[in-house]
Design a protein around this ligand. Structure first.
Ligand SMILES: [Zn+2]
Length: 85
């Protein structure tokens, strides 16, 4: 599985995500999950698929052990909000 090296893994906005210490998606990059959600939100997609297995892993920065589910949901929300801006 590729490792994410994007700068978003150090974005302080991800500090607010809940901790996810176990379970499916544990080491997936929350920055990439956020971006996937944002892309779905900006077009107001009504069929949401969070494919955790498609996301790179990250143990770095502020995304370490944060919930990719919450990151996706936040990204979706922010994408929808951006649509209306
Ligand atoms: Zn990433």
């Amino acid at each position: 599985m590729p490792i994410c090296l994007n700068a978003h893994r150090n974005d302080p906005k991800f500090n607010l995500l809940p901790i996810d210490q176990g379970g499916h998606g544990r080491h997936r990059c929350c920055g990439c999950a956020y971006d996937a959600g944002f892309k779905a939100g900006i077009v107001r997609s009504e069929n949401l698929i969070l494919d955790l297995d498609s996301l790179p892993e990250s143990q770095a920065g502020v995304v370490r052990h944060k919930s990719p589910h919450a990151a996706f949901a936040q990204g979706y929300y922010d994408g929808v909000a951006s649509y209306y801006d």
